[in-house]
Design a protein around this ligand. Structure first.
Ligand code: UGA
Length: 435
């Protein structure tokens, strides 16, 4: 099939490259000429393990190309995916639909009359209807079919998630859209990934419901973790104990400093707004957002307690700034709120992250950046694991003890066990486990 992908950021680029890997011919389109130029030269603008290889292989095979020219990009397309951003709108938390709407207006002028247009961006309920309306208003000769096909890939494991998804959700209102998307995803039938056909509105809402549920699940275990600390129980055992129940499931029950990233915070807020508009409030999600918001800053109190309660003139070494491992993304990362709270309390902060340093340097001020855990640990009163990068899983505590002012680890991701640290003479504080 000939596919055009409008928007070559995270979702667009990964989806485009993977669809090309399935054998489709894909043109990725983006308005950002510098990005297109970089991609043409084989430079990948985002950090995503394995993506560079998939892009390189498919460019070489002639199945994947990039253009800044929309008309040229869609000229041959049987199916056009719209994967432009839908960030939080300033002020009200609704999804900002200006990029989707602009894409629809521009597409109206250049698409072939019978093209299938698929909204992949995360969009409020009713967006497909709106896009269809925009297309037809701008070009009444069109007979396009508009479908909704939300994406569920995670940063850091995007290729595997795209190629072996738990399910594919396709919202269609007509047979043409259904047939085209069946063909797009036919290569996945071998993997037995179920393709669920629904109405467009159902597909749009399913995406928000999935992210909101997962955010709620993480927040639930975080609150259980707080209770565990007070009640003398172990949250990891509780998570395992409930997760083995198939009705609950073991994933997304890892307690931590609160969820972050470009999706959960934006999508939970957008769902709350959508629900309010429909006068059907989502109180559980409202509580989830509020609990998560306070949690991130509250982590600084845990760090303060580890150094005796007062952070003034204490040196805190933070390991990790990205919202999770295997990404360079620091959007809504818990580390940002933690840094702010620590600074407010008068602490000196040193920071290291395997991939997030460039982003951190532009977003955070008043912090000393280092090139390794050992460099930032020098003279520190406490070391804090904020993101569970692999390289933090086997730290050399002998060296750390030598360079730190006092051997103390606050492990906000429960990477270690108390006994491991006790052996090295470290004081150890974690999440939801008895101190
Ligand atoms: C999330 C969803 O998992 C994807 O399915 C979805 O496609 C994506 O949003 C999106 O809408 O584009 P992502 O934001 O990449 O993916 O990251 P997650 O792996 O879901 O993690 C989100 C946050 O929850 C991170 O801060 C992570 O540290 C935290 N988390 C996750 C926990 O604290 N505990 C867990 O057990 C799991």
């Amino acid at each position: 099939m000939n596919i055009a992908m409008i928007g070559s950021s995270y979702v667009g680029l990964v989806s485009g490259a993977c669809l090309a890997d399935f054998g489709h011919r894909v043109v990725c389109v983006d308005k950002d000429q510098a990005k297109i130029e970089a991609l043409r030269q084989g430079r990948i603008p985002i950090y995503e393990p394995g993506l560079d290889q998939v892009v390189a292989d498919n460019v070489k095979a002639g199945r994947l190309s990039f253009t800044g020219d929309l008309k040229e990009g869609v000229a041959q397309a049987d199916v056009i995916f719209v994967a432009v951003g839908t960030p939080s709108r300033r002020g009200d938390g609704h999804a900002d639909m200006s990029f989707v709407e602009a894409a629809a207006r521009e597409l109206a002028e250049v698409v072939r009359p019978e093209t299938v247009i698929v909204i992949k961006s995360t969009v409020p309920v009713g967006t497909s209807d709106k896009v269809e309306h925009i297309l037809l208003t701008h070009n009444p000769t069109l007979e396009v079919s508009v479908a909704s096909n939300p994406e569920f890939l995670r940063e850091g494991s995007a290729i595997a998630d795209f190629k072996r998804p738990d399910r594919i959700i396709v919202g269609v209102n007509d047979e043409r859209g259904r047939a085209a998307l069946s063909e797009v995803y036919r290569p996945l039938y071998l993997n037995r990934s179920p393709v669920l056909f629904t109405s467009r509105r159902t597909a749009e809402l399913t995406k928000y419901a999935a992210n909101a549920f997962l955010a709620m699940k993480v927040t639930f275990i975080n609150e259980i973790a707080d209770l565990c600390e007070k009640a003398g129980a172990d949250v990891q055992d509780v998570a395992r104990g409930i997760g083995l129940d198939n009705r609950i499931g073991a994933k997304f029950l890892h307690a931590g400093p609160g969820y972050g990233g470009s999706c959960f915070p934006k999508d939970t807020t957008a769902l709350i707004r959508i629900a309010q508009d429909f006068e059907s409030p989502m109180r559980l999600i409202e509580a989830t957002v509020a609990v998560n918001e306070t949690r991130r800053r509250a982590m600084s109190r845990k760090i303060a307690a580890a150094v005796g309660g007062d952070l003034r003139d204490r040196t805190v070494a933070l390991l990790g700034v990205t919202f999770k491992p295997n990404t360079d993304d620091i959007r809504e990362a818990p580390a940002l709120a933690i840094v702010q709270a620590l600074q407010d309390a008068g602490a000196q902060i040193r920071l290291y992250d395997p991939a997030g340093m460039d982003a951190a340097r532009t977003a955070i001020t008043g912090v000393t950046f280092g090139n390794s855990p050992y460099e930032i640990a020098e003279g520190a009163d406490v070391l804090v694991i904020v993101t569970e990068w692999e390289e933090f899983r086997a730290l050399d505590f002998k060296t750390l003890k030598q360079v730190m002012k006092s051997p103390c680890l606050v492990d906000l991701r429960n990477v270690y066990r108390r006994e491991d640290l006790a052996r090295h003479g470290f004081r150890y504080f974690s999440i939801g486990r008895p101190d």
